[in-house]
Design a protein around this ligand. Structure first.
Ligand SMILES: NC(=O)C1=CN([C@@H]2O[C@H](COP(=O)(O)OP(=O)(O)OC[C@H]3O[C@@H](n4cnc5c(N)ncnc54)[C@H](O)[C@@H]3O)[C@@H](O)[C@H]2O)[C@H](O)CC1
Ligand SMILES: [K+]
Length: 506
């Protein structure tokens, strides 16, 4: 069994609509906590956070649907009213058909209004915005969204997106699909989303990151056991600790990495990957290359040990080299990075097949290594070898020999591929996805588009390989590598205006 060591806290579980509703339902049924109480906890925690950040609220506009999402917004309205702010409520579907708890909250809110500070619009068409107000509070639709936004909902979203005033969303920005992160026709663009009882998977996929804004997780009294079916988590420096450097007694004590790489004209990738891995404090890196390329690596990587195979006139790997490479791998306990700049010779495909058929070393497969793999009928994986594949979307598509689509579909593809092949995958793209054999997947929550430049992939493969060589489990090696990039990106953005380059992430 592949060891998995990542263990996300409940605050980083990513729920889909079905699981959200199931958890909600079980809590009310089995724990006897009624929906009105849950709504009060949800709305009051959002209100407290809003008041904490904004001491001088004068007037706010609340866009309300008819379900419980509107109820959450009405609870917020009550707390803001208590702080002397004016409240304008717009009910897109009127007030005759409100859900039971939302109706109750409207009655309660009215009872709090001693100074005539509430204005209510029963439909969208008569609404005219007050002159000065602070926020638009979005309580139109939450997990109950079932179809594309049309009519007045679409109009209200269109209006909100044109205003200068920031939108604060209750639970989910209206129109964003909680599972896929796709806009259902339109979606409101929030600067902040208060997510109740669980972050939603859609925040991290497709359009999600662009419309969700800052995510404020608000806890609800949902028993943890009800969330155990969840298999998707947000990767975050809040809970993943990055490995700290501890010097070893001897070079072979503190992590050994073999890099099997290179073909004529394609040595740069291996050099980048080696430098990236070396920066994480490994004891030794050993480049195994076709003998004809030795001088290039000698020249560029003085701290790295080189073990050339084959003859002086070999400039790419051939099947006949596999045994020699296997012998070198067996000399030291290590991880292996296979792929940077291997090239696409037919002979190299056979070499990759032969090597993978025999090796039991933990292997990270990147770039041309993945291409060679995609040319094989079956993946030649031994039971003992743990694999980490690091494909970008094009490589993933080649591996499964089918279209993968964006975010949500890519997530499902990665999950399936990992389970079927008992392997770990770091799928590059926005978001970055780590898939594991147990079907658990982890999504990044930073702008990975900064890494979409030639060379970034080599740096990332170097980091994953370094952490694997340092003894981290496959899932954690991928997480540490991604978050290492995120940390470097944010310190670069804090300190300079420089456009990030792949070498900045080494
Ligand atoms: N997670 C929790 O346990 C809690 C959630 N709360 C909040 O409640 C909503 C979910 O409430 P629900 O009533 O199920 O759904 P909505 O409010 O999202 O709205 C459903 C309502 O809207 C209609 N509808 C669906 N799609 C559309 C559309 N495209 N256009 C117009 N109308 C649409 C549908 O027919 C229903 O009538 C959750 O997100 C939280 O905000 C609790 O308050 C606390 C506990
Ligand atoms: K909403």
């Amino acid at each position: 069994m592949v060891k998995e060591t990542l263990d996300a806290p409940y605050s980083h579980y990513l729920l889909d609509a079905e699981l959200s509703q199931k958890v909600d339902h079980r809590t009310t049924e089995e724990m006897d906590i009624d929906g009105f109480t849950l709504m009060e906890i949800a709305g009051s925690s959002a209100a407290k956070k809003i008041l904490q950040h904004n001491k001088q609220l004068q007037h706010n506009v609340f866009l309300c649907g008819k379900g419980n999402n509107a109820g959450d917004a009405l609870v917020v309205a009550r707390y803001l009213l208590q702080h002397d702010a004016r409240v304008t409520l717009v009910f897109i579907s009127g007030t005759d058909d409100l859900s039971k708890d939302t109706q109750k909250n409207l009655k309660l809110l009215r009872a709090f209004d001693k100074k005539d500070r509430i204005t209510i619009y029963e439909k969208w068409s008569g609404f005219s915005a007050p002159n000065n107000y602070n926020f638009i509070i979005d309580g139109m639709l939450g997990t109950g969204l079932t179809s594309d936004l049309r009519g007045d909902y679409a109009k209200a979203v269109g209006w909100a997106n044109q205003q200068q005033h920031p939108v604060l969303a209750m639970d989910i920005p209206t129109g964003l699909h909680p599972d896929s992160g796709e806009k259902m026709g339109k979606a409101i663009e929030a600067v902040r989303t208060f997510s109740f009882g669980g972050r939603k998977q859609g925040f991290y996929l497709n359009d999600g990151p662009a419309v969700t804004g800052t995510i404020d997780y608000c806890d609800l009294p949902f028993p943890n056991a009800y969330k155990e079916d969840c298999k998707t988590f947000a990767l975050d420096t809040d809970w993943v600790s990055l490995p700290s450097y501890t010097p070893g007694k001897h070079k072979y004590d503190s992590g050994v990495l073999h890099i099997v790489a290179g073909s004529e004209g394609l040595t740069g990738a291996a050099i980048m990957a080696a430098r990236s891995a070396w920066a994480e404090g490994l004891g030794a890196i050993i480049i195994i290359c076709p003998r004809g390329l030795l001088s290039v690596f000698e020249h560029n990587l003085p701290s790295v040990i080189k073990k050339p195979v084959g003859k002086k006139e070999d400039y790419y790997f051939k099947e006949s080299h596999a045994e020699q490479v296997q012998d070198i791998l067996q000399e030291k306990e290590s991880s292996m990075l296979l792929g940077p700049g291997l090239g696409r010779n037919t002979d190299t495909i056979s070499f990759v097949e032969q090597l993978l058929t025999t090796t039991t070393t933990d292997t990270i497969i990147d770039a041309d290594g993945l291409w060679c793999l995609s040319q094989l009928e079956e993946w030649p994986k031994t039971d003992q070898a743990n694999w980490i594949l690091t494909p970008h979307p094009g490589e993933l598509q080649k591996l499964i020999k089918d279209e993968i689509g964006e975010g949500h579909q890519r997530l499902n593809t990665v999950r399936k591929l990992c389970q079927e092949n008992n392997t770990t995958i770091l799928s590059k793209g926005m978001p970055g996805i780590i898939g594991t054999p147990s079907r658990k997947c982890y999504l990044t929550n930073y702008n990975t588009n900064y890494f979409a430049r030639a060379g970034s992939g080599d740096v990332l493969a170097g980091k994953v390989s370094a952490f694997s060589a340092l003894g981290l489990a496959a899932d954690e090696s991928c997480a540490a590598a991604l978050l290492n990039g995120q940390q470097k990106l944010s310190s670069l953005q804090k300190d300079t205006n420089k456009i990030p380059e792949p070498t900045d992430f080494i």
